[in-house]
Design a protein around this ligand. Sequence first.
Ligand code: PGA
Length: 261
Amino acid sequence: MRVVIQKDYEKMCAWTAQYIADAINARGGEKFVLGLPTGSTPLGVYRELIRLNKEGKVSFRNVVTFNMDEYVGLPRDHEQSYWYFMWSNFFNHIDIKKENVNILNGMATDLQAECDGYEKRIAQAGGIDLFMGGIGVDGHIAFNEPFSSLTSRTRVKTLTEDTRIVNSRFFDHDVSKVPTTALTVGVGTVTASKEVIILINGHAKARALAAVVEGGVSQSWTCSALQMHPKAIIACDDAACDELKVGTYRYFLDIEREARI
Ligand code: PGA
């Protein structure tokens, strides 16, 4: 696992956006399959990718995307649906083809069939080349709450009270308005990707970062499954490293010195 420590949020986002743009460009116009998250954390990466796209430094014409998750019961045009989030914060501003965007449908009548079909579509696309994700304060990756199976695939998950409280900031701070279930790719779906980048910023996520990097592989911190991945990167800011051992922190600053921007 690589841990790329940047000074602050902006630098973490700039580094990650450049990494993604370089990976797409390295394909030389061939198809690239990108896994994407929602949430507050990736917004800076999306802003930076939009800038790179507008400046002609990266094109999404041959990029196919799969989003991590979607609330159950929110229609696409609901301002808090992840479909709405992705189009308003990213897809509407880049040159991606509409038919190349894949987002789980939380209004499907048969939710498990929707999830199974999603796994099939990922396989048909040739698997995910790079999955970018965020992390919850409890270490969840996508909506794989603590104690989710580390080999899980796309399915319906019940959201914990903690996650609903955290996300209530987008629902007028009213927890009762936050959906109780979501469709989410599994931990196994993420780790089956050829590469994974997880963004972690801010002191509030410091405990999760330490657990994921220094703790054992455990279903109680589902993101720790990345320790078994051959090509996983944690892109973080300095504040998120507050709970790391000094030796761990220095080790990654040393071996990742070329990644500093
Ligand atoms: P956040 O969400 O980026 O809004 O902190 C991350 C997550 O819950 O996975």
